[in-house]
Write a protein that binds this ligand. Structure first.
Ligand SMILES: [Zn+2]
Length: 304
């Protein structure tokens, strides 16, 4: 087991309530045999999830995160889990629709049985036109069943471009890459709309072209991305923090060393978002009052 990487950290408990603290948004790529930069071993992935479950992390959906309307139990840390590149390692099925227990979703399913309160959510940023096995989870015959499973089980399916294009190099293709990704998914889920883009390689197009990530159209088909996720390997601000930028939402590499560093960071006092358990209030230290973005907040602010 890889739990040893966490052993030096005390369990996260009794951290002070702080609803302007930072939120981890973690990004898995391949779920594989070994731990490398872009692969998390199955055993490591399982250990990560067990750590989050046992330390009262609260899994968010995309909308729960981006709205800032976070309803997590008292003392818990919200987390947004994301999966990039739609490889078959994340989600594999046999021809009868049975989920492979060694794929990412299979590992999650086995933990749902073991921990009845585990309520996994997450965002799949997909590349349907990439080469197999990254073409919407490989396995042509089960693409529809997989996408339907993800939606039925509370996951989000969002844009990572058609074939993982570097949008700086291919800035002439921004609209095409975004629209064709969504259209590909709509072949299987006709009413599916995307609202978020994770940049391939975390690379932005030149400054003057960035508005095209958010809004545009290709051959008459329009799109709107309200959230652009980067890859800056830092914890994210909460959406009602003054420094939050919906066009540069920070994500952390969920490889072995990235997860380890993140847990060390979250264990430090005053870093993590820790919920007060009451969705109608925002509880923060007095010293953080100046970081609160006031507009659009329909909550009572309590400071200590
Ligand atoms: Zn990617």
């Amino acid at each position: 087991m890889h739990l040893s990487i966490y052993a030096q950290n005390k369990p996260i408990s009794n951290l002070q309530i702080n609803e302007l603290g930072k939120i981890p948004i973690i990004t898995y790529h391949k779920i594989g045999d070994t731990d490398t930069e872009y692969s998390r071993s199955r055993e490591g992935f399982r250990s990560d999830l067990i750590y989050f479950i046992e330390n009262k992390f609260h899994f968010l959906s995309l909308q729960e995160f981006t709205s800032g309307n976070i309803q997590a139990p008292k003392g818990s840390i919200p987390i947004l889990m994301t999966f990039d590149d739609s490889s078959v390692s994340q989600f594999e099925m046999d021809k009868n629709g049975k989920i492979n227990p060694n794929s990412g979703i299979g590992i999650i399913e086995s933990l749902k049985k073991k921990y009845p309160t585990f309520r996994p959510k997450g965002v799949f940023f997909v590349t349907p036109g990439a080469k197999n096995p990254n073409d919407l989870f490989g396995q042509k015959e089960s693409k529809k069943a997989k996408l339907e499973y993800l939606i039925a089980n509370g996951y989000d399916i969002e844009n990572h471009t058609l074939w993982h294009a570097n949008l700086k190099k291919y800035s002439s293709k921004i609209e095409e890459q975004i629209v064709k990704c969504e259209q590909f998914v709509q072949e299987y889920l006709p009413n599916h709309k995307m609202s978020s883009l994770a940049l391939p390689f975390g690379i932005y197009p030149p400054e003057a072209e960035r508005h095209r990530l958010m809004k545009g159209n290709f051959k008459g088909v329009s799109y709107k991305n309200s959230n652009i996720f980067d890859y800056s390997n830092r914890l994210s601000y909460v959406p009602y923090h003054k420094e939050y930028d919906s066009l540069h939402i920070r994500r952390i590499h969920a490889n072995e060393s990235g997860i380890k560093r993140m847990i060390v960071e979250l264990n430090k006092p005053g870093i993590a978002f820790v919920s007060d358990g009451d969705p109608s209030t925002i509880t923060i230290p007095k010293t953080s009052l100046g970081f609160l973005q006031e507009k659009g907040l329909n909550k009572k602010v309590l400071s200590y």
